[in-house]
Design a protein around this ligand. Structure first.
Ligand code: PHE
Length: 453
């Protein structure tokens, strides 16, 4: 494809929405609350917020910068910048690693997104009306125990993702996000206000924001680091791929800041609402694992007037948030095949989609038939989740920070930051060159050490 015919976002705002759409997803609504619960609350959040600020922000910026400057898919983008600055072409491996990571994540992400589709169905049919904690837990368990239902929704979700990516991210996605993202935010705010009046909000606040560092373990630190990458969609090239559709003239630093802030606010709000529910019922525990969102929120919403409508709408929005993230998991590899192999978008998404869908089946079955199949003590879905979040994304992020911070001319970065105040330019560059890589390396060494012992 020639440079002039490359697609671009209709407006910089669409980039912000699309990137925020990529960032805000199951990571915020499903994963964040349950891993916070499992890791004991406040202390974990403290580490997480530090990671977002000190590593997430600079790496998010670095990825958007690479994509925007090179105007190409992640593999070609890193390759081009490496060759323009006389560095080894092997740096392009960052892009290749990212494509694989994205495919692995999408395979299990789609299964979990399928849960939200199933919940749209059950809430619309009234099964969840006025539901109590025990029944809610039983409904969730019966879903994950049912391979046919899991596979059906996994398939529906994958097909929808493929259709949008097939049509082209700008056309398919630009319009959808403009309406749906604000709707999701409004709904979360509504639930938050409701939870403030009805739920145990004070307890929820205390659980999330009492920073008691005694609860920190090496493992919880690794989870916080990994989740910071997962939730911001960094470490695998999604933001590079989106940045590539952003014209070179648009300043990106503030944009990136906005994305991180939106993402964090959504996660914290979801956490507050969910724990306010958990603490206001007997028999619900913050550490109830991956079912937390699906068990707690139907109980909270089931007590409301018009609960069917509200619950259906809510899970609809969860599904949409998941969808706008899923497409960004597929876009880097799709763009690479289209731009360098000359495949059509449709052919590419069908081929990649079939592979990822097949891999997803293993994750779906690992919740029932294959629950005994374990590698390193983990069932397949867990294993893929841990492998990508705890290892592949942080490694991708570390390589990106080193490449952009140390292997490219600093003047390029400064040019991209030309409209920003001096403190922000200096701050971002120091974070990218020193703070992020050293913290990441430090946490990796700490983990490996802990693992060996
Ligand atoms: N950020 C997304 C979420 O929080 C998941 C994601 C990870 C998307 C990596 C793209 C790349 O749900």
């Amino acid at each position: 494809m020639t440079l002039s015919s490359r697609p671009v976002w209709q407006h910089p705002w669409v980039f912000i929405l699309a990137a925020a759409g990529s960032a805000v997803g199951l990571g915020n609504l499903w994963k964040f609350p349950y891993i916070v619960g499992e890791n004991g609350g406040g202390a974990f959040i403290l580490v997480y917020l530090v990671c977002i600020t000190l590593m997430g922000l600079p790496i998010l910026f670095a990825e958007a910068f690479v994509g925007q400057r090179a105007q190409a898919n992640p593999v070609s983008a890193v390759g081009q910048l490496a060759s323009a600055s006389k560095r080894s072409p092997r740096w392009a491996g960052i892009g290749a690693l990212g494509m694989i990571t994205g495919a692995l994540i999408l395979s299990f992400y789609s299964v979990v997104a399928g849960w939200s589709l199933d919940y749209i169905w059950s809430s619309a049919s009234g099964v969840l009306a006025a539901i109590q904690p025990d029944d809610s837990a039983a409904i969730f368990t019966s879903l994950t125990a049912n391979p046919e239902r899991l596979l059906l929704w996994h398939t529906v979700f994958m097909l929808t993702t493929l259709a949008i990516v097939g049509f082209g991210v700008q056309r398919g996605l630009g319009n959808a996000t403009k309406v749906l993202m604000p709707l999701l935010f409004l709904m979360l705010i509504g639930l938050f206000v409701y939870a403030c009046t009805q739920g145990a909000m004070a307890k929820s606040f205390a659980f999330l924001f009492e920073f008691n560092t005694e609860k920190l373990t090496p493992y919880s630190i690794a989870e916080a680091v990994g989740h910071a990458f997962f939730t911001l969609s960094i470490g695998m090239g999604a933001i590079m791929a989106y940045g590539a559709y952003l014209p070179n003239t648009i300043p990106i630093a503030r944009t990136v800041l906005a994305i991180a802030v939106i993402d964090t606010l959504v996660a914290l709000t979801a956490g507050l609402v969910i724990f306010a529910t958990v603490f206001s019922y007997e028999g619900m525990s913050p550490s109830s694992g991956p079912g937390l969102l699906f068990i707690a929120l139907p109980v909270a919403m089931g007590a409301l007037p018009y609960s069917e409508v509200i619950t259906t709408l809510f899970f609809g929005l969860v599904a949409i948030a998941a969808l706008s993230s899923a497409i960004s998991l597929l876009e880097p590899a799709t763009a690479w095949f289209v731009e360098t192999r000359g495949w059509s978008r449709w052919r590419t998404v069908l081929a990649l989609g079939a592979l990822i869908w097949a891999l997803g089946i293993a994750s779906a079955l690992s919740l029932n038939y294959w629950s005994e199949v374990k590698l390193m003590g983990l069932a397949i879905l867990d294993l893929l989740d841990k492998l990508t979040t705890l290892i592949l994304l942080p490694v991708g992020g570390l390589l990106t920070a080193i490449f952009v911070g140390w292997r490219l001319p600093i003047a390029w970065l400064e040019r991209a930051l030309i409209d920003e105040p001096a403190w922000l330019v200096r701050g971002l560059i120091i974070l990218l060159r020193w703070v992020a890589p050293l913290l990441l390396l430090g946490s990796m060494v700490y983990q490996i050490n802990d693992f060996i012992q």
